[in-house]
Write a protein that binds this ligand. Structure first.
Ligand code: SAM
Length: 330
């Protein structure tokens, strides 16, 4: 039976699972991947879809009601559409979301919507084709933009996530604002985190959310959207005067949101992590396959992990988080 989630010592209720379906990606974003000596998980170490479905079942039994599929790039994994359909079929009512670079999304939007997807976050760091190709390592901007249009036409809620990079986000602010003015979507800038070697290497391109907000307000009148009505997660959200879409700012570095974080993460090889800023993890596969534990055993681990979820931002100060974002799921 599903139970309401426990509350931890900070009053946080873990009700949101981010599941990485693969650590592989068809892009090489500069802040996420170092481009040389890339290693991926061995195929046999990656959870099979059936195992992932059992992990979702365990999470749902602990009170999780929102699952985001991420990666790596979820759409590079074979039979991903089948997996989404299966989640929709087995867990009706689950709030099912997807984070994708959208390079392979075109033509699949309707099927994903029918499977139960209502919201999609699309990563796009630049609206300029050559800058996009420089950051992402591949020239895919036209494909991404047509997928964005397909998602809007299909009635999905669309958020565009841009990792904030000095020299890019500041220069392109007018273009991003124009997009949010013309189309019914949220543009969200995320402060770049020094996670993994690639993230650390981008430290001198860091630009904070407050600076971006000031820049944006030089171009358009912004009004804060109250948190309760913003469906914003950790973002501060602003409406644009005369605009259809909105601007969001996510500031894990300058104004972290650990005290309200309600997330668990499961990596593609079945490590449960309770904090993006900590490399501590709990292995789920052995429990899942243990004859006396199974789904119930995984649920027990999740409850214990959620109770001990750190307020991990301090960990960034001294320790280097080694895991790269493509392995953890962002
Ligand atoms: N491939 C999918 C995508 O591109 O959206 C999902 C995985 S990606 C790792 C998830 C999110 O993490 C993306 O929005 C990405 O931009 C963000 N991300 C990766 N490395 C980051 C970093 N160092 N700082 C901030 N965000 C980062």
């Amino acid at each position: 039976m599903n139970q309401p989630p426990d509350t931890d010592r900070f009053g946080r209720r873990v009700s949101y699972l981010r599941l990485s379906v693969t650590d592989r990606c068809n892009l090489r974003c500069a802040y996420c991947f170092r481009r040389e000596n890339i290693t991926f998980l061995r195929h046999e170490d990656i959870l099979r879809y059936e195992e992932m479905l059992s992990i979702i079942e365990a999470a749902v039994s602990t009170g999780v009601d929102k699952v985001r599929l991420t990666g790596g790039e979820p759409l590079v994994r074979r039979d991903f559409l089948w997996f989404m359909q299966e989640i929709g079929r087995r867990f009706p009512g689950l709030d099912l979301r997807l984070t994708t670079n959208a390079t392979l999304l075109s033509g699949k939007v309707d099927a994903l919507r029918r499977a139960g997807l209502s919201r999609v976050n699309i990563s796009i760091d630049s609206l300029d084709r050559s800058t996009y190709a420089l950051i992402a390592g591949r020239d895919f901007l036209p494909q991404v933009m047509s997928a964005v249009s397909e998602c809007l036409d299909a009635g999905l809620t669309v958020k565009l996530n841009a990792v904030a990079l000095r020299g890019v986000s500041d220069r392109e602010m007018p273009a991003f604002l124009e997009l949010a003015r013309d189309r019914d979507l949220d543009i969200r800038f995320i402060e770049c985190m020094p996670v993994g070697e690639a993230g650390l290497e981008q430290r001198d391109r860091f630009i904070g959310a407050d600076e971006l907000l000031e820049l944006a307000s030089n171009h358009v009148k912004l009004s804060p959207v109250p948190r309760s009505s913003a469906s914003s997660g950790p973002a501060r959200v602003f409406s644009l005067e005369g605009g259809r879409g909105r601007l969001g700012l996510i500031s894990p570095m300058t104004n972290h949101f650990c005290r309200t974080c309600n997330r668990l993460r499961v990596t593609a090889d079945g490590h449960l992590r309770t904090c993006l800023f900590s490399d501590r993890s709990y292995l789920l596969r052995p429990a899942l396959h243990h004859p006396r534990l199974g789904v119930e055993g995984v649920a027990r681990i999740m409850r214990a992990a959620a109770r001990n979820k750190p307020v991990g931002h301090d960990l960034l100060r001294d320790a280097r988080v080694r895991s790269r974002m493509s392995a953890v799921g962002g």
